[in-house]
Design a binder for this molecule. Structure first.
Ligand code: ZN
Length: 140
């Protein structure tokens, strides 16, 4: 499943970062998920928890999942707007965009100047925002 593969990739990156920092235990991990990312958050969170359970270092870890709202920026006039502010698109189109963000250029125009030339600044992909851990020399 998509969610599991993604969760695995996230856990791997967290582990890598944790090793670099020489943390002996991880307290909190902040992860953001793009609004346009085609992911079931409940499954993703479940997968993360299951995968992290296997690692001793994560036994007291709190996972903070946040959904990052989409932000578009017009290349013509510099205007920035969110998916919610995008007018004239119905639910079906919104869903199509959700699955295929590339499609958004066929449906979305800058609300200010009407240009179809824009970039998706936020709302795609998954990122690890921060990791808080402890270094405890007495352990192990
Ligand atoms: Zn514009």
């Amino acid at each position: 499943m998509h969610e599991w593969a993604l969760a695995e990739a996230v856990v791997e990156s967290v582990l890598e970062a944790v090793k670099k920092e020489r943390f002996t235990s991880v307290k909190e991990v902040d992860i953001s998920l793009g609004e346009l990312q085609d992911i079931e958050i409940e499954i993703f969170e479940f997968a993360l928890k299951k995968l992290m359970e296997k690692e001793n270092i994560f036994r007291h870890t709190k996972i903070n999942l946040r959904v990052e709202k989409t932000l578009f920026r017009c290349r013509a006039c510099g205007n920035e707007w969110s998916l919610k502010e995008t007018k004239d698109i119905d639910k079906d189109v919104r869903e199509a965009i959700h699955f295929l963000p590339e499609l958004s250029h066929s449906f979305i125009r800058c609300p200010k100047c009407g240009s179809p030339d824009f970039e998706v600044v936020k709302g795609r992909g998954v990122s690890i925002d921060s990791i808080r851990g402890e270094i405890d020399g007495s352990e192990d």
